[in-house]
Design a protein around this ligand. Structure first.
Ligand SMILES: Nc1nc2c(c(=O)[nH]1)N[C@H]1C(S)=C(S)[C@@H](COP(=O)(O)O)O[C@H]1N2
Ligand SMILES: [Mo]
Length: 198
């Protein structure tokens, strides 16, 4: 006979909510490898280039005129904190990549300030990634990547480049900042891919 009553089990949070090795936080930590860049909205731009040098470019006004989505997602940082149920507004990468003819397999993302991160192009598609400009109903704070950041919540949070400026579609994979320093090239939190070799 079980010593755990049905009611007690029923109220338990499913452990499947948290990837291995992660703990929950309620606050929103700031993790930046350098200073927070000051970006005037007049100067802001987002550029996507293809492997054949096709280019799409948005200034702030044209970017904000694109259809956006509200999403609620869980964040998993490789330094072990996870934050569940965060709400964002952003433009889906499906929307941004529409009309770009590409057979590239990879993307290298560059931020204002020089941070880079890489991922397979398919991880940016099919409702998996956004350029987010609002967090929790407010304009995205500069420390969290405002005016706009990449949001790719199914991978460790270092892939979600803050202050995103340029997305380069490439035939060959090219490691970004943390990936060159020994972090996992892909970074799936559910498979605990923290470092090269994991
Ligand atoms: N441009 C830029 N983007 C970045 C980083 C950074 O240092 N610079 N840090 C990454 C890391 S390691 C994490 S965990 C998240 C942290 O985002 P937050 O500061 O909004 O929590 O941003 C990611 N994106
Ligand atoms: Mo991180």
């Amino acid at each position: 006979m079980s010593t755990v009553s049905r009611g007690f089990r029923g109220r338990r949070r499913p452990s499947a909510e948290l990837p291995p090795g992660q703990y929950l936080v309620e606050d929103f930590p700031v993790l930046s490898a350098g200073p927070t860049p000051t970006i005037d909205l007049q100067d802001w731009e987002l550029v996507i280039t293809s492997e054949t040098d096709q280019q799409q470019r948005w200034d702030w006004t044209s970017f904000r005129n694109l259809p956006s989505e509200q999403v609620t997602v869980d964040l998993h940082c490789v330094t072990h904190w996870s934050k569940l149920g965060t709400s964002w507004e952003g433009v889906s990468l499906d929307t941004l990549l529409e009309g770009l003819d590409t057979s590239a397999g990879f993307a290298l993302v560059t931020s204002w300030g020089g941070y880079t991160t890489n991922l397979p192009l398919e991880d940016l598609l099919d409702g998996q990634a956004w350029i987010a400009f609002r967090y929790d109903g407010q304009e995205l704070a500069p420390t969290h990547g405002g005016p706009a950041r990449l949001l790719v919540p199914h991978l460790y949070f270092w892939k979600s480049a803050k202050w995103v400026r340029w997305i380069q579609l490439l035939d060959q994979d090219e490691p970004g900042f943390w990936e060159s320093l020994g972090y996992h090239n892909y970074g799936d939190p559910w498979r605990e891919q923290r470092f090269w070799g994991d």
